[in-house]
Design a protein around this ligand. Structure first.
Ligand SMILES: Cc1cc2nc3c(=O)[nH]c(=O)nc-3n(C[C@H](O)[C@H](O)[C@H](O)COP(=O)(O)OP(=O)(O)OC[C@H]3O[C@@H](n4cnc5c(N)ncnc54)[C@H](O)[C@@H]3O)c2cc1C
Length: 453
């Protein structure tokens, strides 16, 4: 008998367990199919480089994340000022994304017509279609070049997604609310500056962070705080079943051995396509609106050079508009953000290929992908040297796409949770895809459960 069983020891599962244990709920177990914790977060230390095969950095975008990091001050690593510099590709060259009015006027990324048209943004009508896509919203309020050379590359970088498919109110709810509540982005941003801030709002700095030794260090600190005895690795064939008198039966294998737990609450944090096997008491139709969630596949390449510095690319990284390149999403420069990621005179890049703009690349051969990456670092960054470190990672179900199917998915999640007390469908199937969102969801869910237990 236990109180809570969490499926998945990625950031969501571990943060939820951490918050529960912190609030005194010790009867918590995490079942993880892999022999390691962290989910997509995985740092590697090799030959003088520290590189990631999943997220490279996080942004302090929620109070919950700021407070979590505050619990581990010794390992938190804030990025160098270079992280504030973001580049966008246009006509084969990277240009800085403007950071203010003056640079906004000068930038070659935006057309003169759209710069001029921006003056009319506060007076444009509020949108009335709740399912408007990000592309439709941006073209309507700001203009085509803002979509092509600001929003599209960012959506490529964050969602590996297509702004013509992502629905604003699910994918960027804050942007949607800004227009709905204030009638304009500009008026909304100005009004928000004057409004009284919610308590602790100053903790949301939007600064870029990692942890010393890579993001896996945060994961291992969370696991230590939870207690390793509560985390069961290599737990395969997990299934959850409601018990007639209330509560849940949880079955899983470790090797040949079948284990059973009985819990009051079960929390899933896995991708949508796992739920059919995990919840065998539900039919395919029951889960169809959730299984309809599409994921962007992403190929990630760690590219390290021991004796090459890239002063012209001293930035968080360069993002790539889909009209400029149909295969490359962006090239991040973690070596410029965190000096310990590469040897002193060297560099470390993280190259992202595929996404919704080129999903077929997930099935390309290693040789094809390396050739593609080599071509792009040569064309866009002038790199002709072979890397000293080259590692390739495929994420077939990398980033969930909050598209028009989201309403039906969220409704079904709500319906199932209401009909099966103690079942919580968490993870990135809802509430946001970033590190900050995952930690926020974990804290809210743990608080909810703590009052119930
Ligand atoms: C390539 C990539 C780059 C990213 N970059 C960034 C970034 O720069 N910044 C940012 O903020 N976010 C980024 N993200 C998003 C962020 O990493 C994720 O939102 C977050 O780490 C997801 O954590 P999670 O625990 O919800 O899911 P996961 O990390 O996927 O963890 C789920 C866990 O559940 C386990 N599991 C699945 N099914 C079962 C089952 N049936 N039984 C038992 N265990 C199961 C899995 O093995 C896994 O360990 C990136 C994501 C990817 C894929």
């Amino acid at each position: 008998m236990t109180d809570v069983v969490i499926i998945g020891a990625g950031l969501t599962g571990l943060s939820t367990a951490y918050q529960l244990v912190q609030s005194g709920q010790t009867r918590v177990h995490i079942l993880e199919r892999q022999p390691r914790i962290g989910g997509v977060i995985h740092s590697h230390c090799e030959d003088g480089f520290i590189y990631e095969s999943g997220p490279t950095t996080g942004v302090i975008g929620s109070i919950e994340l700021a407070e979590l990091l505050g619990a581990f001050p010794d390992i938190v690593q804030m990025a160098e000022p270079s992280a504030k510099r973001r580049l966008i590709l246009k006509d084969g060259c990277f240009y800085p994304l403007p950071s203010g009015g003056k640079s906004g006027m000068k930038t070659p990324l935006i057309t003169w017509w759209d710069k001029f048209r921006l003056l009319g943004e506060p007076f444009r009508k509020r949108g009335i279609n709740p399912d408007e896509t990000i592309a439709e919203l941006v073209v309507r309020r700001l203009g085509r070049s803002y979509l092509d050379y600001a929003v599209d590359p960012f959506i490529g970088g964050i969602y590996a997604g297509d702004p013509k498919k992502l629905v604003t109110r699910y994918a960027i709810p804050k942007l949607y609310a800004l227009e709905q509540n204030y009638g304009s982005f500009i008026r909304g941003a100005m009004a928000k500056r004057k409004e009284p801030k919610q308590p602790k709002a100053e903790l949301i700095t939007r600064e870029v962070f990692s942890t010393r030794g890579g993001l896996s260090e945060l994961i291992s600190h969370l696991a230590t705080a939870i207690g390793h005895e509560r985390i069961h690795l290599s737990a395969s064939d997990c299934t959850l079943k409601p018990r007639p008198g209330g509560g849940w039966q949880v079955y899983y294998h470790q090797g040949e051995e079948l284990h059973e737990l009985v819990a009051n609450h079960v929390i899933t944090t896995c991708p949508a396509q796992e739920l059919t096997q995990l919840l065998p008491f539900l039919s395919v139709q029951d889960l169809a609106p959730i299984a309809a969630l599409r994921y962007a596949p992403v190929v990630q390449i760690a590219w390290g050079m021991k004796h090459v510095t890239l002063p012209h690319f001293y930035a968080f990284g360069g993002l790539v508009p889909s009209r400029e390149d149909k295969e490359l999403l962006g090239i991040l420069n973690p070596g410029a953000c965190f000096p310990d990621r590469a040897p002193l005179e060297g560099s470390l890049l993280s190259i992202f290929l595929g996404g919704m703009r080129a999903p077929q690349l997930i099935d390309a051969s290693d040789e094809e992908l390396i050739e593609l990456a080599t071509d792009r670092v040569h064309s866009y960054l002038g790199i002709t040297q072979r890397p000293d470190l080259l590692r390739l990672f495929r994420h077939r179900y990398a980033i969930p796409q909050y598209e028009a199917s989201s309403e039906a998915r969220l409704e079904r999640i709500g319906h199932l949770e209401a009909n099966y007390p103690g079942l919580h469908l968490a993870g990135a199937v809802r509430d946001g895809i970033g590190i900050s969102d995952r930690v926020r969801q974990a804290k809210i869910l743990a608080d909810e459960l703590s009052t119930d237990l």
